[in-house]
Write a protein that binds this ligand. Sequence first.
Ligand code: GUN
Length: 287
Amino acid sequence: MSARILEGKVFAQQFKEDAGRRAAILREKHGVTPGLAVIIVGSNPASQVYVRNKHKSCEELGIYSEVIELPEETTKGELIAKIDELNLNKRIHGILVQLPLPQQIADCEAEILNRIDPAKDVDGFHPVNVGRLVTGEPGLVPCTPAGCIRMLELADIPMDGKKAVIIGRSNIVGKPMLHLLLARNATVTICHSHTQDLAAVTKEADILVAAIGKPKFVTADMVKPGATIIDVGINRIAPKKLVGDVDFEAVKEVAGAITPVPGGVGLLTVAMLMQNVVKAAELQVGK
Ligand code: GUN
């Protein structure tokens, strides 16, 4: 039997409705319009599309949005000065520096991101927010893993006591996902390029998260029958052809539930960013 398809748009719509409702409460009860500033340095075409989508989502939901476009040759000092200015700007509750940064400042990525006020860090990348996630204190959580967990909750897929396996140990997806699943009482294993006999580990998973960045890396023989498969990969294999990290056509015949690519997790990220902007504004006004 073919798996249940977890359509990103269904869940993204729910996240956005919730963010829009809470933004309206902030405006009407507190006189505060939540505001997001996105900084984009240079002209990476994929980044330009992502930034445009973020701006459009803000407009739909009544969130104030500023896109700050800086030239390719921007220095670390100039970028930090812009962040400092936004940290003090009362209209702005969330700041996001679009990644990747151009080559000449890519080495300073951590120093640049750490300059963002943790209260405005809607990417959840600042060490203060990472620490809060690890210790279980309330804070801002990276959008993609937070969106995946919220989707599992809305889809009534149990996590408590289940075996979850994550492939990929990035700071953006793999590591935060580990802590979010652990906080929901899953037994979590994180695999990476040095893991031995990967298929033996993944075959145990009730929930399998693929975040490796390799097209169709997860094949049907690596999946436990009935498992829930979350595919975080977005790989362009031809000018107009995107595929995930999972061999969708084959794996959907074995899995119990699966996210497609495109049309899956990618749609959750922007919707969850809207929630993070509203959450940051709520915390800043003391609601
Ligand atoms: N580029 C790709 N994904 C992301 C993300 O989640 N946040 C930021 N800031 N840049 C990205």
